[in-house]
Ligand binder design. Structure first.
Ligand SMILES: [Zn+2]
Length: 455
């Protein structure tokens, strides 16, 4: 039987060589663009056997020259002593029905990559949040649209992408590959949200699973999302009591600034099962759908209202004046007029949890990160970063010692100038540090300056 050369090339290209090698008892570890392991063909003490992901070829640095590398077909011929047609046939039929073993291996790998990327997205979100505070233009942009309540802005997790992510990301092909897989970087390596104010979309555990970006300078496309199916919501805590469902994040944020409970959709067609399940779970009493005053908005709000009513959620559609959205209306007519349209009493004070000035507002929140911790108070964010290799480690060890020495005294005073900074990607999470800081975590109390109370 003659085998077509094209079929051979196709098979060589398409067989998962890593999975094939692993299925034949060779354990491989990922290193950059390659997978490395102990060679099955010679007496190997050091891992000399590599599989290159790009070329889909293997190579051994210990085997005799001329017989030290090849493709999937030659690997199988050598490993099992098969002829070329036998190896070809075996691989072709294996490709038709993937073995349970390689399926399982693939599932494990996929899960691992998914977890890794999820963590990475969390770091990107943290970085964007930091950039937000360093770039006055973002606050100016929001202020120009009538959004200036810092607590609400923070509750929405607002960030800014200034295009500098790669200057702080490690030069590691895996990280770059993951950023592209997430869509944070485009195929050409550019940051997708460059020049955008960004908001994280959170899952039920408040983990970022998506991103929305709004360009500061209007361009061809002003609303951006990570590619792939849309997941996660913004401002989950806005679902309580009587809720306004807005068409966009900036609309909802506008209302949140004035103490009106609201959650956003992602455009007229952006109402999802996640919204329904959140509204059901939080047992909201009424949903007021307030999409834009245009044809698409009206069509969208009718569809959403139908869906809500089918789910037995009390729903009212609020028809906005022609050409207006919630944000433009608040800017033009003021919140009193808009709350009247929405059927809320005019808001004298700001009773929402995001904006209230109760004692909690003067208490800092503390959040452990993989590289240190973040302390937030009002509109200030104190982010402490440390890596094992950083010389600035002295700051934290001396603090730790100070805390240990006098456990009854109020702990370290943190001021912006005393904060050490380094890349958010430390070499490894500083574990002893993390453990020590965790004990301090929930008792952050704040005096005139933020203080970390002792455990
Ligand atoms: Zn070898």
């Amino acid at each position: 039987m003659r085998i077509e050369p094209e079929a051979i090339d196709k098979l060589k290209r398409e067989v998962d060589l890593v999975a094939l090698v692993q299925a034949h008892g060779v354990s491989l570890k990922k290193r950059g663009q390659s997978w490395v392991g102990v060679c099955p063909f010679h007496d190997d003490n050091t891992p000399s056997f590599t599989v290159n992901l790009r070329t889909n070829l293997y190579h051994c640095f210990g085997c005799p020259q001329g017989d030290n590398g090849g493709n999937a077909i030659s690997f199988l011929m050598k490993k099992k002593g098969l002829s070329f047609p036998q190896a070809f046939e075996e691989l072709t039929s294996a490709k038709r029905r993937p073995s349970k073993e390689s399926q399982k291996q693939k599932t494990v790998e996929d899960q691992r990559a998914k977890n890794r990327r999820q963590k990475l997205l969390g770091r990107v979100v943290n970085y964007y949040r930091r950039c937000f505070d360093e770039k006055p233009a973002t606050r100016e942009y929001l202020a120009a649209r009538g959004i200036h309540d810092n607590a609400a802005i923070e509750a929405y997790g607002a960030g800014y992408c200034d295009g500098s992510l790669l200057t702080i990301a490690p030069d590691d092909p895996e990280v770059l590959g993951d950023l592209k897989a997430l869509g944070v970087l485009t195929e050409s390596g550019r940051e997708l949200f460059s020049g955008c104010v960004v908001f994280p979309l959170l899952d039920e555990t408040k983990t970022p699973v998506g991103l929305y970006g709004r360009r500061l300078q209007d361009g061809e496309v002003n609303h951006l999302y990570l590619p792939g199916p849309r997941r996660g919501l913004v401002n989950r805590s806005g679902a309580a009591g009587k809720v306004v469902l807005c068409e966009s994040i900036l609309d909802a944020l506008t209302l949140s600034c004035h103490g009106i409970q609201s959650i956003p959709c992602y455009g007229v067609d952006g109402f999802s099962d996640e919204h329904v399940s959140l509204l059901n779970r939080k047992q909201v009493t009424e949903v007021i759908v307030a999409f834009d005053g245009d044809e698409a908005g009206r069509r969208g709000s009718d569809a959403v209202a139908r869906q809500l009513r089918e789910g037995n959620i009390a729903t009212r559609v609020c028809d906005l004046p022609d050409g207006q959205d919630i944000n433009s209306l608040v800017v033009k007519d003021g919140i009193d007029k808009v709350s009247e349209i929405l059927g809320f009493k005019p808001i004298a004070t700001k009773p929402s949890e995001a904006t209230q000035s109760s004692p909690e507002a003067t208490v800092a929140t503390y959040e452990q990160t993989s590289y240190g911790f973040v302390l937030r108070r009002a509109n200030r964010i104190y982010e402490v970063k440390a890596s094992i290799s950083s010389p600035r480690i002295t700051w934290r060890t001396s603090r730790q010692r100070a805390i240990r020495r006098s456990p009854s005294r109020t702990g370290a005073v943190i001021s912006e100038s005393s904060l050490p900074t380094c890349k958010p990607w430390g070499s490894k999470p500083p574990t002893t540090y993390a453990a020590s800081m965790l004990r301090i975590s929930s008792t952050c109390s704040v005096g005139s300056r933020p203080r970390l109370a002792c455990p």
